[in-house]
Design a protein around this ligand. Structure first.
Ligand code: AKG
Ligand code: FE2
Length: 322
């Protein structure tokens, strides 16, 4: 368990026996998930249904992926912001490198990606990454269902029109003795993210203004669920979009995979009416996620703090009661 001073970061175990909707175990999980997302905006989920073997296979394959020649890496591009390859650079970090794979639970999409990286299209890569991304997508859906149930909402209240974007990342170590940023402080823009790392810690979350805790003891079966700006807006501000970053020290490369839930084009993000009342006046205008992404990626000189971008884009002022 990650403990820093008095702050105890929530670690929630998802045992198969508790995953049947409506049971006592399920209801307990729903409550804990909601509390964690409202207080921290994230939590560690221990989930053994995704096996350790598959994780090992995935990270073995990632090492191969990062070894492909840079000319091929550069072909991983996308018209959608944040969806392509990014090499070490000053804007992000000289320690960071990441690939983007959109619609990642779709086998054909993985196949197209692999065909660009390897002459034989690496079928084993496709099979393993597909198995991992579909299971991460399932886990994400399960957590959404818990959030929906915890607020007593109908299943349809969180629009399921979304695709999973997977980012596969490598962070190289800094100079000996240094403690350096691998990824700057930010909130995630999509609905939610599941992060999976392998052996080397580095992820930190901001718990109070300026107080960071390092998630240094994640179990080998754990993922970190992160509430993004869009889920915060959907929840009418009840869920917190947590600011997080990656800090590197030591002498080993760190590999991680993030699965982002990206609403499809023309999906309108709108808080359910049940989450709007006098105590919780409506905080955000309805919006199209792609417009938000364009807002965030346009004019980087705006330099709005990442955690304030959703308010700058969609906040209703003054808020209105239902
Ligand atoms: O590598 C990690 O652990 C976190 C990555 C992350 O925060 C992101 O890709 O948005
Ligand atoms: Fe992130």
């Amino acid at each position: 368990m990650a403990v820093d001073a008095e702050i105890v970061f929530p670690v929630i175990e998802f045992h198969s026996s508790d995953l049947e909707r409506g049971t006592e175990g399920w209801n307990r999980l729903c409550k804990r998930v909601r509390e964690a997302c409202e207080t921290f905006g994230c939590f560690e989920v221990v989930y053994e249904n995704i096996s350790k073997n598959i994780r090992e296979d995935v990270f073995g394959l990632l090492k191969e992926l990062f070894d492909v020649p840079v000319e091929r890496k550069q072909k991983n591009t996308s018209p959608i912001p944040f969806h392509g390859w990014v090499g070490p650079c000053k804007e992000i970090s000289l320690l960071y490198e990441g690939f983007g794979l959109g619609d990642a639970s779709n086998y054909d999409s993985i196949k197209s990606f692999a065909q660009v990286m390897w002459p034989d299209g690496h079928p084993h890569f496709c099979d393993i990454i597909h198995a991992m991304t579909t299971q991460m997508e399932e886990l994400n859906k399960l957590i959404w269902l818990m959030i929906i149930d915890s607020y007593g909402l109908g299943e349809k209240s969180l629009n399921k029109n979304y695709k999973t974007l997977v980012r596969m990342m490598k962070y190289t170590p800094p100079q000996p003795g240094e403690y350096e940023s691998g990824l700057f402080a930010h909130t995630d823009k999509p609905l939610s993210t599941l992060i999976c790392e392998y052996q080397i810690p580095g992820l930190e979350i901001e718990v109070n203004d300026g107080q960071w805790i390092k998630l240094s003891n994640l179990s080998p079966s754990s993922f970190v669920f992160v509430v993004g700006d869009t889920l915060k807006a959907w929840s009418n501000g009840r869920l917190k979009a947590v600011t997080h970053r990656v800090m590197m020290n030591g002498d080993k490369d760190r590999y991680s995979i993030s699965a982002f839930a990206i609403p499809n084009e023309i999906t309108i993000i709108k808080a359910p009416k049940e989450l709007i009342d006098e105590q919780h006046p409506q905080l955000y205008n309805d919006f199209d996620f792609m417009d938000y992404l364009l807002f965030v990626s346009s004019d980087p000189k705006k330099r709005i703090n990442s955690g304030q971008q959703i308010d700058a884009f969609a906040a209703l002022s003054p808020p209105v009661s239902n």
